[in-house]
Design a protein. Sequence first.
Length: 330
Amino acid sequence: MKTRHRKKRTAVVVAGAATAAAAALLIPFQSSATEEPAAPASASAATSIVYDPGPKLRCYSVSDETGGVNYGNDSSDCGAIDNAYRVNDKCTWFGYTSPRGVECPAWRFVTYDWDRDKLRQYPGYDHQVQGQSGSPLKLVLQNNSKNLRDATGKQDCDLKETTFSYEYIGSSFKRHDDGKVYNFSDGRVKVSYDALVEQTGGFSCDEKRAILTTDFIYKSARGVNVISVVHFDPGPFSQPDQNGVLWSNKCRTEAGAPDGCRLTVYGQRLEPGKQARIDIDFTEVAKKYAAYLNDDPIPADSQIEALQVVTSTKGADLKAEVSGADVTVE
């Protein structure tokens, strides 16, 4: 079960039709003496390190990773989390300015290899926000590629993804009270959320792929590390090796050059159609699979980049619901 080499949105991208300005990456904001501190992590108590756990607020954008555009911006609740650490003039494309300055989305939907004309179509994809602001919102992801045709009229068996994402310091992720970024090495990093997943209609491609993963992304000296934990694989159609690993890039590019480490393993399983609470201790996972993380699973310099809940299909229809999400350090 190979994990896609995820792009880091580190280049300027052009905004979609829903936005009027050019969109740029979210660059970490440089701290100053006047900034408001975020609560530091305690060694004994879990501290949320995202501005909008839940999420509970409509302060988000949608990123089309393949096309390099952002659309569907909703900043209606961003004022509830105004913070000097979130000020970033590179986020003018998002369209929200607080009394402190331009601020960034607190979370995102991300799509991969879906054309915009397939939004809310069948076959096609969707991303919806349900519920009242201020209480945990329900995020609904649709990823329906079972009957999708390519340009020749044949079944399209390319990888398709729809994702909920907390990402970037100063956008989703807080800083310490001294302005320093949160590193994976700062304490025990845990992720939790409520999830429901359903796959319908069978498969149309040789590779039977309809999976839900939690992806934890952080920096290392070699590059960006990605630990993917699989919660839904209806066969299951992938078999782990003797160490429980479904796939690893062995910390190298396809050409053999040193690279960040990418690792996929099974985790807590979801039963189709039944909501359950997902709890992952990524510190424990990283230590368990240290050999697949260059024997340095949690380096001192290991800036936390993203936490993503990903639906991934090839010729299959998959729906997921996510709510009550949080990322904590203790």
